[in-house]
Design a protein around this ligand. Structure first.
Ligand SMILES: Cc1cc2nc3c(=O)[nH]c(=O)nc-3n(C[C@H](O)[C@H](O)[C@H](O)COP(=O)(O)OP(=O)(O)OC[C@H]3O[C@@H](n4cnc5c(N)ncnc54)[C@H](O)[C@@H]3O)c2cc1C
Length: 304
């Protein structure tokens, strides 16, 4: 059994290589120029060449050729935008099935994804004799360990039949959130009454060095925060040390993506809210009372 891993950030590189090692004798990492390669995680590291100024997805011909030559049984991938574009084109060329949003892998070619908004699971099996592509969510392989000698192999760029052209580059308008690697997250929900009230939560976040996340009510219904801040089956899965929710009810579609946090705390005025069942510590209180007090406290007692 041979599995390729393709990822960009350090954590998914390690996690996916570790998960692949549970099933495969050979685990090879395909590294983009942006990949943070971690020592000792794979047998080979295929360095995919992308010339300066070219889009990453244009490397799909070289990657498809590599897959056709090496015939991995599966590719485990981080769901970054670049990798989605690159693997979509690669899979179309080699004829492999693509399964996204995977949250459990009982076998190298068997995957489970959430269905009905997280109330049910759907199972998939990749066809034998083909390469199957799985986009795997964070924390799918909690107990696995990566290993390997990371033998470097260069994969030269192959010109595709048409080039993806970048027509404009501009600053990001909203948010620069990196929830999946955050150690502390304060997440806000419908309990926040007005957009301007996010300012006090942002102040709290800066005092405790936390990222700001949200429920779908705040991202989609109100559009007060960017998609990157959404926690849940439609957004990011997070595994911080601390997950503090303010005015979030605790519906399954939100909680399945943050239940892996080491400590969950909540502030909610409704003593029967589901969130209390998921929380290690809970305050049955108004967030408009609690947050200003927390700000006052952390101003007087700054974190070291
Ligand atoms: C297919 C599908 C996918 C979905 N994907 C996601 C997803 O990825 N992420 C997600 O979050 N949701 C998702 N949802 C929506 C989800 O089902 C819930 O509707 C949503 O999470 C509720 O958001 P909320 O907790 O902010 O709002 P509510 O459920 O309205 O809860 C607000 C809470 O705030 C409390 N509150 C009110 N005022 C205060 C106050 N002053 N102080 C303290 N507490 C207060 C209330 O008691 C209440 O418990 C999805 C739904 C479907 C069907």
């Amino acid at each position: 059994m041979k599995i390729f891993v393709i990822a960009e950030r350090e954590q998914p590189v390690s996690e996916l290589c570790a998960g692949a090692r549970q099933f495969a004798e050979e685990v090879d990492l395909v590294a983009l120029p942006t990949t943070q390669v971690v020592d000792g995680v794979a047998d080979k590291v295929y360095r995919l060449e992308v010339p300066e100024g070219r889009m990453m997805e244009d490397a799909y011909v070289a990657l498809a050729n590599l897959i056709e030559q090496e015939r991995p049984d599966a590719v485990f991938a981080e769901s970054s935008r670049r990798i989605q574009l690159l693997l979509g084109r690669t899979a179309a060329r080699v004829g492999g099935s693509v399964i996204s949003n995977v949250n459990a892998m009982p076998g190298a070619k068997e995957a489970s994804t959430m269905y009905f908004g997280g109330l049910a699971n759907r199972k998939y099996k990749g066809e034998d004799g083909t390469t199957s592509f799985f986009f795997v969510r964070p924390a799918t392989f909690p107990d696995a360990e990566p290993s390997g000698n990371n033998v470097e192999v260069m994969v030269p760029f192959v010109e595709p039949s048409y080039e993806v052209k970048r027509t404009e580059v501009g600053p990001r308008v909203k948010g620069d959130v990196d929830l999946p690697s955050a150690k502390r997250i304060v997440s806000v929900g419908r309990g926040i009454k007005e957009e301007k009230d996010l300012d006090m939560v942002r102040e709290l976040c800066s005092l405790i060095d936390a990222e700001l996340g949200c429920s779908r009510s705040i991202y989609e219904a109100e559009n007060w925060l960017p998609k990157e801040a959404l926690v849940g089956i439609s957004g990011s899965t997070v595994v911080p040390d601390l997950y503090l929710t303010l005015g979030i009810s605790g519906q399954a579609q939100h909680m399945v993506a943050c239940d892996g946090a080491t400590t969950i705390m909540c502030v909610n005025t409704d003593p029967y809210a589901l969130i209390f069942e998921h929380s290690d510590y809970g305050s049955k209180a108004d967030l408009y009372t609690v947050v200003p007090r927390m700000i006052e406290y952390f101003k007087a007692h700054p974190l070291k």
